[in-house]
Design a protein around this ligand. Structure first.
Ligand SMILES: *Cc1c(COP(=O)(O)O)cnc(C)c1O
Length: 427
């Protein structure tokens, strides 16, 4: 297929990949199926730029789906990880870095008095739900349609991210009992939320406070406050999944930005600075139920891995107030330029600091149902046109762009020129 790109070597690799990796990839959204092409194989990245195996360079707005808030191969991260690697990569024993990282997270987020590290966001959200069930003695969990909390059995119902991209409502292989314990409610719908809370006793109310896996769909005014209030009335543990929003929308995540404190928070992505690290944490009285302090079991061979901790600490160290102001300004420059570039093409450009989605829709997108009304064919054509012009955007309407601190004004302006031409091409 003609894509305006020389992808000879990527195509050859993809042919080998599909023989040994399901769909040729190790995570579904990498496949680029939904924008009608095969994946590019990436060889290296530096700052805001990635280069594929055919030598094509792109401005990267995927940034590994969120972790790379400093951009690729940031010198401080490279140095921290290299120094740790020379001292040993993993011990399966306690290290100083883990304590420092937990203290740093706790300093930024008052709601997080203690935390436990894991290697993926999936593990962290699974474990937070286990803890909520253990302390409440209840099983039912409320989640929102279009929210993604990793590929946990019970949490894939009407999930966003790759499930939304593939257009599947859940997954085969999930036990009926696991699915039945999950009650799904539309995002930003106070009446549906109140009705579900009146009907069920929940172990947990689980939300992405700034949902970014059905595209970016921020909370309506007062909605997070309502979650807090109804969780308290219901006796449920309020869990914020800040795997994307944490350390991105502000230094203290969405809970700081919106001023609503959860009982437990799930972290990932930025926390590991590009290496596999995630965590769940919150109120001390809850977290002390986790083994070996308490009897709720959860463990991990590579949890708190020294390389990942070094990358996370090096990243957080650079995320001061000035960095967040700069990331916000970058996001705003990108978003306002994008609205202009779109011209007559009906789009809605939605932003939060460090996040953006361009919905191909004439109407506002407020929940999963309205996100599904977007023009996916147009989006796909626009994405391919961007790729041909050196802009690597998330290849799904149900994902957010991840501008980083490595994206300077000149980079953004080049992106906007490409976007403008891509809009003209698909008009
Ligand atoms: C990415 C993501 C997860 C899952 O994290 P993994 O490290 O991919 O398992 C969970 N929740 C949210 C909100 C995410 O964006």
């Amino acid at each position: 297929m003609s894509t305006g790109l020389d992808d000879t070597r990527s195509s050859a690799l993809f042919e080998r990949a599909v023989a040994v990796l399901p769909g040729g990839v190790n995570s579904p959204v990498r496949a680029m199926k939904s924008i009608g092409r095969d994946p590019l194989f990436i060889e290296r990245g530096l700052g805001a730029e990635i280069t594929d195996v055919d030598g094509n360079s792109f401005t990267d707005y995927v940034c590994s789906w969120g972790p790379l808030i400093l951009g690729h191969a940031h010198p401080a991260v490279v140095e921290a990880v290299t120094a740790q690697l020379a001292k040993g990569s993993t011990f399966g024993a306690a290290t100083e870095g883990e304590v420092e990282l937990a203290e740093e997270v706790s300093r930024r987020l008052p709601s997080v008095e203690m935390l436990r590290m894991t290697s993926s966001g999936t593990e962290a959200s699974m474990s937070a739900v286990r803890l909520a069930r253990a302390v409440t003695g209840r099983e039912a969990v409320l989640k929102f349609a279009g929210a993604y909390h990793g590929h946990v059995d019970g949490l894939m119902a009407e999930a966003g991210s790759g499930l939304a991209t593939a257009g599947v409502p859940g997954s085969p292989g999930v036990p009926a009992a696991a699915a039945a314990a999950t009650i799904v409610v539309p995002w930003n719908d106070p009446d549906a939320l109140a009705a579900a809370c009146a009907k069920h006793q929940f172990a947990a109310i689980l939300a992405e406070p700034v949902p970014a896996n059905m595209g970016l769909v921020p909370p309506a005014s007062g909605f997070l406050e309502l979650l807090r209030e109804l969780a308290d009335v219901n006796g449920a543990i309020l869990i914020f999944d800040e795997v994307i929003s944490g350390f991105r929308v502000s230094g203290g995540g969405a809970q700081e930005l919106f001023g609503v404190q959860p009982d437990l928070t799930v972290f990932g992505k930025v926390l590991g600075g590009g290496l596999p690290a995630a965590a769940y944490g919150g109120r001390r009285d809850l977290m002390e139920h986790i083994a070996p302090a308490g009897d709720v079991y959860q463990a991990g061979t590579l949890s708190g891995n020294p390389l990942a901790v070094a990358a996370g600490l090096a990243t957080l160290k650079l995320l001061d107030d000035e960095a967040y102001l700069r990331l916000s300004a970058t996001t705003e420059r990108l978003a306002s330029g994008m609205r202009q570039a779109a011209g007559d093409c009906p789009v809605k450009v939605v932003t939060q600091p460090g996040l953006m989605t361009v919905f191909f829709s004439a109407d506002e997108v407020t929940d999963y149902a309205s996100a599904q009304q977007t023009d996916r064919d147009k989006f796909a054509a626009w994405c391919r046109a961007l790729l041909a012009r050196g802009v690597y955007a998330p290849p799904s309407q149900f994902e957010a762009w991840f501008p980083s601190l490595a994206h300077d004004d000149e980079t953004i302006d080049r992106t906007l020129e490409a976007a403008s031409a891509a809009f003209a091409e698909i008009a």
